[in-house]
Design a protein around this ligand. Sequence first.
Ligand SMILES: Nc1ncnc2c1ncn2[C@@H]1O[C@H](COP(=O)(O)OP(=O)(O)OP(=O)(O)O)[C@@H](O)[C@H]1O
Ligand SMILES: [Mg+2]
Length: 521
Amino acid sequence: MAKIIINDVTYSYKEYYQSIFDNINISIDTDWKLGLIGRNGRGKTTLLRLINGEIEPDRGHIFKSVNTEYFPYSQSTEYSKTLDVIKESIGMLKTMEDAMEEIITSDDKKRFEEYQDILDKFSELDGFNIESRIKRELNLMNLSEELLEQDFETLSGGEKTKMLIISLFLRKNAFVLLDEPTNHLDMEGKEAVSNYLSNKKGFILVSHDRELLDNVADHIISINKSDISIEKGNYSTWLDNKNMTELYEFKTKEKLEREIKDLEKNSVMKRSWGNTANKEKAEFRTFGRSNDSRAAKFMRQAKAAERNIQKNLEHKKGLLKNYETVSDLDINQNISDDDALVTIIKLSFGYSNKSLFNNFTLQIRQGDRIWLRGNNGTGKTTLLKLISGEISSEQVQHQEDIKIAQSYQEPLWQKGLIDELTDDREFKYRFFDICKLLDIKVFAPDKPIETYSSGEKRKIDVARALASENDLLLLDEPLNYMDIYFKEQLEKAILEYKPTLVFVEHDEGFGRNISNRILNL
Ligand SMILES: Nc1ncnc2c1ncn2[C@@H]1O[C@H](COP(=O)(O)OP(=O)(O)OP(=O)(O)O)[C@@H](O)[C@H]1O
Ligand SMILES: [Mg+2]
């Protein structure tokens, strides 16, 4: 049974004095199905990159006897047919096939040794069975075999993701590291990946999706506020344990606080005896009792009480170390006099290969919270672009001087320093405030955007939209990459401040909770 052992590992991003891991120890069995969880910016991606060997620990070691394979990765090859692209991604099998073919056709006997070498390698990678294995995996992923004949570049985003995941599991002796693979997938895609992974073993899956983790994981690694833990079970088991531990710790804390109060009362009394002037103590002596020894006893008791208080305080410090807090977020939006903000009348729109809207009519009124719902490719983001005016159309009318703020699926700011991206001081104050409330770690003006984690980058994008003056807010999949605490925070703020809003989101629970109109595309 192979293992991955993380031994006393310490890691930090030195340029920004940000310590990520401090002497962590984990031992992973490579047959396990692991879910890796933790709030945005805690170091999930960093941990995978360490395990994958892309970055080196500052101190400590990582031992592994398997090949680790990381998702997402970019597939670059000269081949274009999907079957060839997949074969190529499994140890360059297609290149080998072509080379062998070429040697055979050349009929050059001198190249026999070269042929034999390639053949050995090809067999070692199970090249002769690869097509049937690929097809079996396609079935498990609920993908049609016909896609194998199609150009890889013409596959939809979801199909590409699923193909890339499959090809990782087809690699030899592979332990697969999946960093949020379902983020861009619709409900069907998520379900397909979930079912696929539930039949696999030997992977670490980073995800914020509770259902997915419940369906596929048998162990959970959690990067907590103050440590890192690994537990047997799925997400729900982990959550139950966490809730139980925290409840116990809350109760213990209350009990300790009560005890401290009692002890303090006592020790104050005792201390005041200790401080009593000797003259008074002498008077006390006239009662004929051995009040000196009484004084000594009081002192001893006072000291014991002090010691107990210290002990309780120490014990208290160790409690609730991993308890997460969530700040309240506020949303300030203009209230305009006019009720109709955007009106779309009989819009027909599409792209060269696909018509998306036909005679489409929609009016966005103040107070609307419209949920745009539909599978990948139904035109949700396109509709947001039409509403915002990024794609202009005569069939879309905007209220005069309307201000629309938008957070995008792909954050607007990808690189550079925040100071150089905007010089609007007032905006910047609001923006920095919101970033702080969103729990972005070490939020510093001199830290370039590209060095933030995926979730943090998207939080920065939401903060940018919320801080911009607006009459209408557009959010494109605001929960993608975000941890569960952000979801709770955003949901609460939207329900409290009720901004006029159009949003796309694949999280059904969130959509149902915050919307007051649903538009199925
Ligand atoms: N190249 C880098 N240089 C400096 N800081 C970095 C770099 N990469 C990540 N960080 C910081 O390290 C912390 C951990 O980042 P990491 O990407 O590992 O988090 P994560 O848990 O994967 O978060 P998310 O859920 O958002 O994907 C973040 O606060 C991030 O800002
Ligand atoms: Mg990450």
